[in-house]
Design a protein around this ligand. Structure first.
Ligand SMILES: [Zn+2]
Length: 485
């Protein structure tokens, strides 16, 4: 063979080879790596660790509303727990926000059928004191006024202001139950914006049917909003049975008066912390696989399902991976977010504090939908990583988790990182009963099924270990990122 032809052949083979390697998809996990994933998954299924962590948090700290002394206690608890669990790095990052204090909260029907009602103030509500005027019958312990009933937020928006002015607005819209909580998005608009819409029409206060699916006499709190150009009026939620009762009263007689006493008020600035625990990566320690839940809760229950479960199960998942001794490439970072409930304060602070290493946050998953079994997963990756998601599907299938779509959205605390381009992974929990408990005094440890919690942990070990081992950027589909920027 002439030398030049030989050279050309060599060059040609080299070019083909380099082209092939260029087009080659990322290397999938090996069989032995998959065996390791299976082994940690099975250990997680048989471990009580997440339940023990949750028991510790809900017993030793209890409710942890942002800005309360238990907010600070929860941060201390988390630092101590991460260290006791053997995380390689544990640190806190400050988060500052304005806070709100709950006060007295009572309501009663004054006429036509006098009787007490079970209510709770919505998060951020002003007190009834703040709307005392000479035009309404009021005294130091509440505000008494006529009530106008609307079936939903749209009916309130369409109302003639002359019908609403000087009255307490009551909206009786009921949230629908579903496995994925889709009824919440629809119903929660009333909780968030009801006070603004009622104030625009001159209402003195608003009481809504709780955004919840239970039939217990426990009202559901949750964040509400005001608007700068409208009057701030008190806002409260009635338990579902009380809302039903009020509807029945209206059916008999539309001339209903209620006495409402809300003592809630703003409580100044407060600094809390995101608490972060990390298991170091072996060969890519500056690339992070993110998971976590929010450390704060509302004050009525002990925040076992919202979101003690998310905190406990992600802490446990990372611990079980660490204890397995497997050398995973990337770091596994558990972030316990501060003050999610009153506006994603910890999540926003984290995204702002990490603008420089944002691209090192490879992918994130948040558990913030209770403690029900996970039934489905979804991803947000490009074509090159679909074969990896096939592997993921095989590892999750024995847990009863089916494959969803490739359009995963972020959990609430991942929204700021997602908006800056991070990919997300979603493990969808069965939330059929979640809104029976959500933001109520009934959100307590006894509602958590330890076996379901362990199944969650097992799924998070699969997610974290597999993405920590996989040698791909796991980038999001381009169009998706563009839309978000
Ligand atoms: Zn939550």
């Amino acid at each position: 063979m002439p030398k030049t032809l030989f050279k050309a052949l060599i060059v040609g083979v080299f070019l083909i080879a380099s082209n092939i390697s260029f087009a080659k998809p990322p290397v999938l996990l090996t069989n032995s790596e998959l065996k390791q994933v299976e082994s940690v998954r099975e250990q997680a299924l048989n471990s009580n660790l997440s339940y023990e962590i949750l028991e510790s948090l809900t017993t030793e700290v209890g409710p942890r509303m942002a800005g309360t002394p238990q907010d600070t206690l929860a941060v201390k608890w988390a630092v101590k727990k991460f260290k006791a669990l053997g995380f390689d790095k544990v640190w806190t990052e400050p988060v500052t926000y304005t806070t709100w204090k709950r006060g007295v909260e009572t309501a009663q029907v004054v006429s036509p059928f006098p009787q007490p009602l079970h209510i709770t103030a919505l998060g951020g509500s002003v007190s009834t004191d703040s709307v005392f005027t000479s035009s309404v019958s009021s005294d130091k312990d509440g505000l008494t006024a006529k009530v106008i009933h609307f079936l939903n937020l749209d009916a309130l928006k369409a109302a003639n202001p002359s019908q609403v002015k000087g009255k307490i607005v009551f909206v009786s819209n009921r949230m629908e139950r579903s496995i994925n909580g889709m009824g919440y998005g629809k119903a929660v608009a009333l909780r968030r914006n009801g006070a603004i819409e009622a104030a625009k029409k001159g209402a003195l206060a608003i009481i809504i049917r709780s955004v919840g699916t239970d039939t217990h006499r426990v009202p559901h709190t949750g964040l509400m909003k005001y608007q700068d150009d409208t009057q701030k009026i008190p806002a409260a939620a009635l338990s579902n049975p009380d809302a039903d009762q009020l509807v029945r009263i209206f059916k008999r007689n539309k001339d209903v008066s209620i006495k409402l006493n809300i003592g809630a008020k703003p409580a100044g600035e407060f600094t809390s912390h995101n608490v972060i625990g990390e298991i170091t990566g072996s060969t890519a320690p500056n690339e992070y696989i993110v998971m976590g839940g929010h450390l704060d809760s509302w004050d009525l229950g002990t925040g076992a399902v919202d979101d003690g479960a998310g905190v406990a199960l992600t802490m446990a998942a990372a611990t079980l991976i660490k204890n397995s001794g497997i050398k995973h490439r990337r770091a596994i970072r558990v972030v316990l977010w501060a003050n999610e409930e009153q506006g994603l304060k910890g999540a926003k602070a984290y995204a702002d504090a990490h603008t420089k290493d944002l691209e090192q946050h490879i992918i994130g998953a948040e558990s913030d939908f209770g403690a029900g079994r996970i039934y489905q997963f979804s991803s947000l990756v490009t074509d090159k990583d679909i074969p990896f998601m096939d592997q993921m599907a095989k590892m999750l299938a024995p847990l009863g988790i089916e494959r969803g779509d490739n359009k995963a959205g972020p959990g609430p605390d991942l929204i700021p990182l997602y908006k800056k381009g991070m990919s997300v992974f979603r493990l969808s929990q069965d939330g059929t009963d979640y809104f029976d408990l959500h933001h109520t005094a009934d959100d307590t440890l006894d509602k958590v099924n330890p076996e379901a919690l362990a199944q969650n942990v097992a799924a998070y070990t699969v997610y974290a270990l597999m993405t920590a081992q996989y040698q791909s950027d796991l980038a999001r589909p381009k169009e998706e990122s563009k839309n978000e920027h």
